[in-house]
Design a protein around this ligand. Structure first.
Ligand code: FAD
Length: 321
């Protein structure tokens, strides 16, 4: 039996769903699962980590780790890895994961596969599937000649079962590494949205140029509020300045894989599909029956988005509230 280390991300003392996916996948492999949690709230998630499959949780409870700093996180991650000595490390392909783990891999001479969508762990071996060329083909990645294999998984790719309240983890408080920093992150300015980040969202309502003007995003926001969804957008409307780049889905935006993706007034260009074709159910609303998005859609509605979306909002309101 080997050891799988999971870098568990948390927000204000709550484990992110993407980290729960990884803990449960690691536990299914039969290996010993150790979770690493950083920041002053690290102690708040040890119970949840245990209930989701961790046998041990390494907490590094330094307030300096509440905010991502590449050098500081790299030093602390390397320090935890040197203690735990895992053969496999799982982390989310989040903005933090994608910045941190190439640094860790370079420091330790580890192998790394990023942005993966499937995961198969068998003993000490791991095979991860990752999309290439904007999802036009998939590569199965295995590792050779490296004692540590790092896999960064996209969110919403692995199943999540209810936590097992009967399980718990032992907790090890690990002393924080305090390297001399060459960079200081003064402030990370968060977007104003209270909603879940697109990459974590289970339901997304996305708008494109078919909405005609920025003010019409209100109809999408209303629908999203009723569904508890996050609002996304095509690049055309981001470039037009209607919404911020953080909302862009696609090849040069975010890659998402929600249970439900509602594409409103979006044509379905290959670069947009590259970011959302992993969605489980796709609903397209477009007034052109020949729009390419309908070839990817599970369900399609042909018509004027500005008439259809408010009606959907009203119907969902009746059904859900
Ligand atoms: P359009 O293509 O103009 O489509 C608008 C759609 O709205 C049409 O299908 C139309 O039939 C429909 N419509 C019009 N009126 C209505 C109405 N009243 N009701 C309902 N439907 C209506 N794009 C991305 O989205 N994400 C990316 O990350 C991205 N990266 C790119 C990278 C590169 C290198 C390049 C070259 C392009 C990239 N693009 C990206 C741009 C992409 O090629 C498309 O131009 C863009 O996705 C189109 O956005 P759209 O569907 O909103 O607009």
């Amino acid at each position: 039996m080997g050891t799988v280390l999971v870098f568990a991300e948390q927000t204000n003392g709550k484990l992110k769903r993407s980290s729960i996916e990884l803990l449960q996948a690691a536990a299914k492999s039969g290996n010993k699962v150790v979770a690493a949690v950083f920041g002053s709230h690290a102690g708040d998630v040890t119970a949840a980590a245990g209930q989701n499959g961790a046998a041990e949780v390494y907490t590094v409870k330094d307030g300096a780790l509440d905010q991502y700093n590449p050098e500081l996180f790299t030093a602390n991650m390397v320090s935890v890895i040197e203690n735990v000595k895992p053969s496999i490390l799982l982390a989310s392909a989040s903005s933090t994961g994608k910045d941190l783990f190439p640094r860790v891999a370079a420091r330790l001479g580890a192998g790394i596969a990023s942005d993966c969508t499937e995961l198969n762990i068998s003993g000490d071996n791991v095979v991860a599937t990752k999309p290439l060329y904007s999802g036009k083909c998939f590569a199965k990645t295995s590792f050779e000649n490296c004692s540590l294999k790092i896999v960064l998984m996209r969110a919403n790719q692995l199943p999540v079962a209810p936590a097992d309240a009967g399980k718990s983890a032992t907790v090890t408080d690990h002393a924080a590494a305090k390297p001399d920093l060459k960079t200081l992150i003064k402030e990370i300015v968060k977007g104003t949205s209270e909603k879940l980040d697109l990459t974590e969202a289970n339901v997304i309502v996305s708008g494109g140029r078919g909405l005609k003007e920025a003010a019409n995003f209100k109809v999408l926001n209303d629908l999203a509020d009723v569904l508890g969804a996050t609002v996304g957008a095509s690049r055309a409307v981001v470039d037009a300045g209607w919404v911020s780049h953080g909302m862009q889905v696609g090849q040069t935006g975010k890659t998402v894989a929600p249970s439900l993706y509602i594409a409103v007034g979006i044509s379905g260009a290959i670069q947009h599909l590259a970011g959302m074709s992993g969605s489980k159910v796709i609903v397209a609303i477009n007034n052109d029956a020949n729009a390419p998005i309908f070839q990817k859609a599970t369900y399609g509605i042909v018509g004027d988005a500005l008439e259809i979306v408010p009606k959907l909002t009203e119907e969902f309101k009746k059904a859900l509230h």
